[in-house]
Design a protein around this ligand. Structure first.
Ligand code: HXC
Length: 525
């Protein structure tokens, strides 16, 4: 028998005791005082968060016993359990996910070398095993004591986020501060969740800002959930509480495949595929200038009226989100006439492009509902880069090879007609309702340009104007012009929209397009 195997009696039980000691130290994070302070701020602890997020009893921790890789004198006598980040795997709705949850009780959840390595390990595991990765971020950023090792640690994470992009879904929940370069890992992921009054993201905090530029702000007005949900568009989901945030993450995952290799999860429905909609018929027959919420139309079309909206508060003139059609997941992109008359602007273009690229990466077919008067005009839009930034939406639709089914509901004018998954950007099935208007521009603008001389000479300019507008509508905007040329596959009755879309998606289930032979494309950024 080898010397190693001849352990003295009692050695194994002392090792077992040691395991208990080490584990209990690690599990205590930064200690009870720090935990109390965290709870005092109305925040959950890192492990409590995982308990709420994951299926009961499913969490398997990885790296519990990891300690700081560097030993700074200020660490002496402190509890630095698991080096400030809880990592592992678990299940959500029975499907495996990889997770990390930063522990603010340990040096403010700051990221040192060992902490970064733990996150990298989780990202590698998730990508190689084909499962989504969820990061719960609550951190003061790069750990000052570990200097360049912390900076390098962040870059190691960024690199992995990019390698994983398009391979597995990556989701970030910001559940505390997220400062400096630390915001860039969440920004590289697919979906960012924030909680009102709890989450803050900024490159430069209020104090530094005040010193550098004199601008006055606070955490909330500079980088709170509302700001990033509505103005910057950094955040896709603004949640009222941490619990709501976890429920929303679970719901989001119910629409997503675990990796790009899989199809999104099918969910059987009792909602008939051929269910007709009198509401859509009414919408189609009514005044095309009347504002309405396109979400009412989406609910009518999709399974069980269930639509999971993404990026709700940002660029509401373009609605995006997930739904199911006869059990199969689709990504819905729809102009919303309730905001800016449904026109496209910079924010809507970027929002749509990002969503379409996500769907394309993860085999999620696109259902596009078009009701768009064109691009939103304005000096601020031109100077803000609507040409460069608006091109992103066009690019994303042209690039997407997943099934693309398009329905023109009421209007498709100008360049926005081209962009919104038209036949010309390789829409697979293009439908329109009978009263849809498809033309270079609306009758108001067109009549002024085409008949400027006649209008100047007319005895009754207003009467002439009205007559010409009616003629224009009749001759230039009907969907039959497009149908005649094959740019529409079918003009459908509005009440049949659901069954037509489902039938088209069924046909397209086996769609496959060979990847173009080049290194990568160069989309406008
Ligand atoms: C080390 C940190 C830390 C950090 C916080 N702590 N941030 N320790 N490195 N970056 C420690 C505090 O010293 C404190 O330690 C504990 O965490 C809790 O912090 P408090 O300040 O008491 O908490 P609070 O008042 O809630 O404020 C949280 C905070 C603030 C907003 C995050 O701590 C803060 O502004 N920290 C610095 C943020 C920052 O500028 N980080 C660097 C960004 S640059 P004790 O001893 O009390 O427990 C960066 C570069 C990344 O991240 C580059 C990637 C490209």
């Amino acid at each position: 028998m080898s010397e190693q195997l001849q352990k003295p009696a009692g050695a194994s039980s002392s090792r077992t005791r040691k395991l208990q000691e080490l584990s209990s130290l690690a599990l205590s994070g930064g200690g009870s005082e720090k935990a109390k302070a965290q709870k005092g701020k109305g925040k959950l602890l890192a492990r409590e968060r995982l308990e709420e997020l994951l299926d009961e009893g499913s969490f398997q921790e990885i790296g519990l016993l990891v300690e700081p890789a560097l030993r700074h004198p200020s660490y002496q006598g402190r509890l630095l359990g698991a080096d400030g980040v809880v990592t592992g795997v678990g299940k959500i709705l029975g499907r495996s996910v990889a997770v990390f949850s930063q522990d603010f009780t340990v040096l403010g959840g700051s990221l040192g070398l060992a902490h970064a390595r733990k996150i990298c390990r989780i990202l590698d595991l998730a990508r190689e095993s084909g499962m989504p990765v969820l990061g719960l971020c609550d951190s003061g950023g790069a750990r000052i004591q570990e200097g360049v090792e912390s900076l390098g640690g962040y870059a190691d994470i960024f690199y992995r986020n990019v390698q994983a992009s398009g391979a597995i879904p990556q989701i970030s929940a910001i559940l505390g501060p997220c400062a400096g370069g630390a915001v860039y890992s969440p920004a590289l992921t697919d979906f960012v969740f924030m909680v009102e009054k709890v989450s803050h993201m900024f490159i430069t905090g209020p104090e530094v800002l005040r010193a550098a530029t004199g601008e006055q702000s606070d955490f909330e007005s500079l980088g709170g959930a509302q700001v990033h949900g509505e103005k910057s568009g950094v955040c896709h989901f603004v949640c009222a509480s941490e619990s709501q945030c976890f429920r929303q993450i679970q719901e989001l995952l119910s629409y997503l495949p675990s990796s790009f290799r899989e199809r999104p999860p099918y969910l059987a429905t009792s909602d008939p595929a051929d269910r007709e909609s009198p509401f859509l018929e009414e919408l189609s027959e009514g005044d095309s200038k009347r504002a309405y919420s396109v979400k009412d139309a989406i609910w009518e079309i999709v399974d069980d009226r269930k639509f999971f909206e993404v990026h709700r508060s940002f660029a509401p003139n373009l609605v995006v989100g997930f739904a199911r059609m006869h059990g199969e997941v689709v990504g819905v992109v729809a102009n919303d006439p309730a905001h800016l008359a449904g026109a496209l602007d910079i924010a809507a273009s970027e929002k749509g492009a990002r969503f379409i690229r996500f769907c394309d990466a993860f085999q999620i077919p696109l259902l596009t509902l078009v009701d768009v008067p064109g691009y939103w005009p304005g000096v601020d839009q031109e100077h803000g880069g609507i040409i460069r930034r608006g091109a992103k939406l066009l690019y994303a639709y042209c690039e997407a090879t997943v099934p693309k089914v398009t329905v023109v509901l009421r209007k498709a004018y100008g360049g926005a007609y081209d962009v919104m998954a038209s036949k010309h950007v390789h829409g697979d099935f293009n439908f329109a309702w009978p009263n849809a208007e498809i033309a270079v521009m609306g009758p108001q603008g067109a009549v002024e340009i085409l008949y400027s001389k006649e209008l100047a000479r007319a005895e009754d300019p207003e009467g002439f104007r009205q007559k010409m507008r009616a003629e224009y509508l009749e001759h230039f905007t009907s969907p039959y012009q497009a149908a005649r040329r094959g740019y529409l596959d079918e003009v459908i009755l509005a009440r049949h929209t659901r069954k037509k879309v489902i039938a088209a998606l069924e046909v397209l289930q086996g769609k496959s397009v060979a990847a173009p032979g080049k290194r990568h494309a160069n989309m406008p950024l």
